[in-house]
Design a protein around this ligand. Structure first.
Ligand SMILES: [Fe+2]
Length: 181
């Protein structure tokens, strides 16, 4: 069974993220979001670095702070046309679900994931929360949840740590998981 979505067993209780006012804006492909890069300073100042330490990244290639400005139609997060390092796409595909996301603010039921047959309305156990999404094959959309804030992270993962994270989180949140039909 292909896992598409799962909340993660991560402690985000000390996270109080505020974006750096001088942060660099991200590309225009994010028409549905006001998106900006997260600097090392903003990460350390907000406690985000302590959350990132719990995630199995060996190298982060993209980290954005995103504020939702309208409902988001169906899409995939990682597509071949995107700017990526050589081998990054294959790495992500080999470890899917490999798209780590942190919801900072917003409703727990905004995200829907297409399981190949129907749209499944996902429920986060709480907000803030961390979840993992299959970023190359899980079509997903968001209902209007204006001001919803998320942290988007892409990069390379330690396979063992990643698998352990999925296993541990499945044990806790299996009722929230969405699988490909
Ligand atoms: Fe997305």
């Amino acid at each position: 069974m292909t896992l598409l979505f799962l909340p993660l067993d991560i402690d985000v209780s000390n996270l109080k993220f505020t974006q750096d006012s001088e942060s660099t804006k991200a590309g225009s492909w994010m028409d549905y979001w006001d998106a900006s890069f997260v600097s090392e300073k903003a990460s350390v100042d907000s406690g985000l670095d302590q959350v990132l330490k719990q995630l199995p990244f060996t190298k982060i290639t993209r980290i954005f702070h995103k504020v939702q400005t309208t409902a988001v139609p169906s899409h995939l997060d990682v597509q071949p046309k995107m700017i990526m390092e050589p081998g990054e796409m294959d790495h992500i595909k080999s470890l899917e679900p490999a798209g780590y996301r942190i919801v900072l603010k917003g409703q727990a039921d905004s995200l829907s994931v297409y399981n190949g047959k129907e749209w499944i309305n996902t429920i986060l156990p709480s907000v803030p929360c961390c979840y993992v999404l299959n970023s190359t094959s899980a079509y997903h959309k968001l209902k209007e949840d204006l001001g919803r804030e998320t942290i988007y992270i892409r990069g390379y993962l330690d396979p063992e740590g990643h698998n352990a994270m999925i296993e541990r989180s499945l044990a806790k949140y299996k009722d929230h998981a969405v699988y490909k039909y």
